[in-house]
Write a protein that binds this ligand. Structure first.
Ligand SMILES: *Cc1c(COP(=O)(O)O)cnc(C)c1O
Length: 348
């Protein structure tokens, strides 16, 4: 069993809990587990949080052989600590690892490692209502390679950081621009897995959008430039009457756990949900548009700009459906409503 160092006590960290953003803040411990190529991960351990050492020839540094995950822990009013569907992140990491030729921890190893890391950093979990502890698992080719090949050694690492709202506007609407030149993913590529290379590749379009005052970029399919895919790091939904549509998962779209959960919550609330091809024209005619992801949970979209034309939604404020689904999902995640779906893992 792991012991806390005498200098770390499990009370609340001394930081400004009222002004958390989505910035990185170092915490006390990180989890590390290694294995060689062709073997299985067996035993990991907690270490003091700090820099890691890598060969300049590491697979991840030279060829981007790496994946990340993201999930959150919430502190409940009664003192319990809650995780939301951590096995889903474990499954997704395993799928991505298969695509990137890496060994990966078992679902049990993953969930156990997440639990240990969260508990070791308990004092960094924000008080109820102030935010959450963002958990960032990484899987990387840490061994040295020179010729292009899978690395000979792999490292699974988890670090955590307390966070508030992702978009500085909070639940206030975000403004998107449809990107028609650059693409996030292509058929047969890696858009469907959380590999690190997918993210540096969207920085250029995202920076250009931000420079023009938009919050982020909405991508279209690269073959026909006609169907919606997703935003840089979240999935997209379009609401029209009682029907909520979202692009179907087909290799170029990241299968979000928030996406999957929102679909189930929406169905349970009587909406008709369609996973299919959604055309960019449908945006012009939608009642509401919103994005989903662990970091943002739900972000209502206030406007979308496509080929110089701007469409606005919800002139009277945040759309009703976005608001309703946001409340339903966050109250579940924070342990405020009964967990009928069996999605919550209680840590303590
Ligand atoms: C992580 C991610 C999402 C959202 O996934 P969640 O499991 O809901 O956090 C959506 N799109 C992309 C590109 C992502 O990387």
């Amino acid at each position: 069993m792991f012991n806390f160092g005498s200098d770390v006590k499990p009370e609340l960290a001394d930081i400004d809990w009222d002004n958390l953003g989505f910035g990185f803040m170092p915490t006390d411990y990180m989890y590390i587990m290694k294995c060689s190529q062709g073997e299985n991960f067996s035993k990991g351990e907690l270490q003091r949080f700090g820099n890691i050492e890598l060969s300049p020839s590491a697979g991840i540094l030279n060829y981007g052989q790496g994946l990340f995950e993201g999930l959150k822990a919430y502190r409940k009013y009664d003192g319990n600590i809650l995780l939301f569907r951590p096995e889903e992140n474990a499954f997704r990491l395993r799928m991505g690892a298969e695509r990137m030729c890496m060994p990966s921890p078992t679902v049990e190893q993953f969930v156990e490692a997440v639990k240990e890391t969260v508990l070791a950093n308990e004092r960094w979990i924000p008080p109820p209502g102030k935010g959450s502890l963002y958990i960032r698992p990484l899987l990387m080719g840490s061994g040295a390679v020179l010729g292009l090949a899978p690395a000979p050694e792999y490292t699974f690492l988890i670090y955590v950081s307390p966070v508030g709202n992702y978009f500085k506007e909070g639940l206030a609407p975000i403004h998107l621009i449809v990107e028609t030149e650059m693409h996030r993913a292509t058929p047969g590529g890696t858009g469907g897995v959380k590999t690190i290379g997918n993210y540096a590749a969207v920085l250029k379009a995202q920076s250009a959008a931000k420079a023009k005052g938009f919050s982020d970029v909405l991508y279209l399919d690269s073959a026909q430039k006609r169907y919606l895919e997703e935003v840089s790091s979240c999935n997209v939904f379009v609401v029209k009457g009682n029907v909520i549509s979202t692009p179907a998962i087909k290799g170029t779209i990241l299968p979000g756990i928030t996406r999957k959960s929102i679909i189930d919550v929406a169905i349970s609330q009587g909406y008709q949900v369609e996973e299919r091809l959604v055309t960019v024209e449908e945006l012009l005619d939608a009642d509401e548009v919103f994005c989903t992801g662990t970091a943002v949970v739900i972000s209502p979209v206030g406007s979308i700009t496509y080929l110089g034309k701007r469409v606005t939604y919800g002139s009277t404020g945040v759309g009703l459906v976005s608001q309703q689904l946001y409340s339903a999902l966050t109250s579940l995640q924070m342990g405020l409503t009964e967990d009928k779906m069996d999605w919550i893992v209680v840590l303590k």
